[in-house]
Design a protein around this ligand. Sequence first.
Ligand SMILES: [Zn+2]
Length: 358
Amino acid sequence: MKARAMVVTEPGRMQLEEFDVQAPPPGHLLVKTAVTSVCSTDIKVFKGKTPFGRYPLIMGHEIAGKVVDIGAGANDWPDIAPGERITVEPYIPCGRCTWSRSEHFYHQCPHGGIYGISRTCDEAPHLFGGYGEYFYVVPGTIVHKLGNRMPASAASLSSVVANGVRWVKTLGKITFGESVVISGPGSQGLSALASALESGAAPVIVLGLSRDTARLELAREFGAHHVIDVERRAAREAVAELLPHGADCVIETSGTPEGILAAVAMVRPAGRIVSIGLSGGVETPVRFDDLVWKSVTLITGLGQAGNVEDAMKLIDTGRYPFEKINNRVYELDELAAAIRDTEQRPEGFIKGAVIYDD
Ligand SMILES: [Zn+2]
C-alpha cells in the first residue's frame, strides 16, 4: 500500500511524495488520517522560522484519524484496538526525564520531539505528520480516543481546545462568576471562550478586529456574553462600560503590543492577565509601574501539556460547535494554498483543515 504525503524538503519548498505503508514497528500504531487542521505554527515551520523545525518534514500536528494496525508484540496500547478513532498530542514525552514526567510541562522534554515539526521523514517508517494519508504513532505518544458522536474535525483541534483549557483553568484559574475578557477570536480565543463559559465565568467578552467578523459570529454562537469589534468601538471604553472596575482576568491571545497594553488597561486591580500570543519578536513597551500600581498578576506560557483530556471532555459535551472553527477545507495537494490562507486570512476565513477520504 502507498500513502501520499506533502513533504517540506527544505524551508520554503514542499512537494507531494509517495511512501510505502509498512506494518507498524513494535510499539507503534499505524493510523489512517481523517482530518488535520492547519495551525498558524505551520506557516513558521514551513518557512523555517521556528527553533524546533527539522527537515525533510511532513508537517501537520493537529490530527485525528483511525487506527488501522498495531505493531506486533507490543503491549503499549492496552486500550486501543484497530478501528478506533483517535487524536494524538503533538508533544512526545520521552518518559524518562524530569520534564516528561511532569503533569503540565512535558512539552519541555527535549528528547521525544514533536509531530509535524521536529520528527523528520527521512527515516523509516517516514510518516510522522498529519499531512500524509497515513501516519505512525510512536511509543510514548499520548493518545486520546474520540467519543462516538465527536466529529473528527472537532477532535483534530484537541490540542487547540486544550490550549483554551490551559489559559482558563491551569494558568488563569478562572472560577464561577468571574469576568473575563478574551482578546483575539481565533481558534485559541474561541477555545478559551468555551472553557471560560464552561467554568461559569460571566460575563465573558470577546474582542476582535473588523476582519474577524466570521470569528466573532462564531464567538456569539459559542455563547459569548458580549462581542466587540475594536475597530468600530474602542475596546477599553467598551469594556469599562460593561466592567467599571475592570476584568477579573484578561486572556490576551494576539501577542501584539496594542493587545498587551489594552490588557493592562482593562484588567481590574489585583486581576490576572494571561498573555500567550507570540508577536514574532516585536517588543512591547509595557510600563511595569502600571502593573505594580494595580497589583496585576501577569501569567504567560505555552500550550497544552496535561490539558488535552479535559479538552476532549469539553468537545464531547457537544455544547460548543468546535468543528465550525475549521471552516475552510482543502485537499492534501492544496496545502500550499491552505498555508497561504492561514497567513493572509481571506474574508470569512477562520481556520483551514485538510480532510481526507474516509
Ligand atoms: Zn525527556
